[in-house]
Design a protein around this ligand. Sequence first.
Ligand code: CTP
Ligand code: MG
Length: 238
Amino acid sequence: MPAAGRGERLGPGAPKALRELGGVPLLVHAVRALARSRAVGLVVVAAPADGVAEVVGLLDSHGLDGKDVRVVAGGATRQESVRLGLAAIPADVEIVLVHDAARPLVPVEVVDAVAAAVRAGAEAVVPAVPLADTVKRVEPNRGGPEPVLDTPDRATLRAVQTPQGFRRETLAEVHEKALTEEAAGGLPPVTDDAGLVERFGGRVVVVPGHEEAFKVTRPLDLVLAEAVLARRRASDGY
Ligand code: CTP
Ligand code: MG
């Protein structure tokens, strides 16, 4: 679980993973959401490098269904945080899910579906949902008018979420290749792990995601997350 980001887009305050939702840090919600799945045996958290002890303390003080949880220091990019987390997973683990700490409310059905698709033979699996908005490609010109290049057919687009699931071997291999390429001054880091698999020619499949697996990115997302959590607590004692 990459959890080492600052949360710049959320505005001033603690690192995003430590910001609270219903009185509980986002990170704790996200770990619990994964731990709820019978497919998950171990959670490795990549924490902000200066916050490892704090994260260990937080996870100790919140009940986590008896699942094994480990904490490592994350890196300067999401990609680096995932690579460092992956290195802390025991060698005999064959299937790895990568889940953003910033998606605290992912339903267990999504976690189960991703794990099941990897078990059934896919090397890389991403949960995704159709887009509500029409999307245009532009020539970026921050703040100014941006010329439109084209409009992809919305029916063929998906907004991807996490957890993304992988054969461990595949994930480790593409992260190693990316590191080598970066060191040689190659391509920039990717924003999702499946993107690395695609870059190196692997096959990625999409399974249905869930609207409640959204990422807390901007202040309005926290308002929405509070509302979803309140509804769950009122209706099913979540
Ligand atoms: N992440 C990470 N290490 C980094 C950067 C991001 O582990 N160096 C994690 C974040 O903690 C988050 C996930 O990657 O759980 C998705 O990233 P994002 O939503 O972009 O979070 P931040 O990078 O924290 O937010 P921002 O981009 O607004 O600063
Ligand atoms: Mg970021």
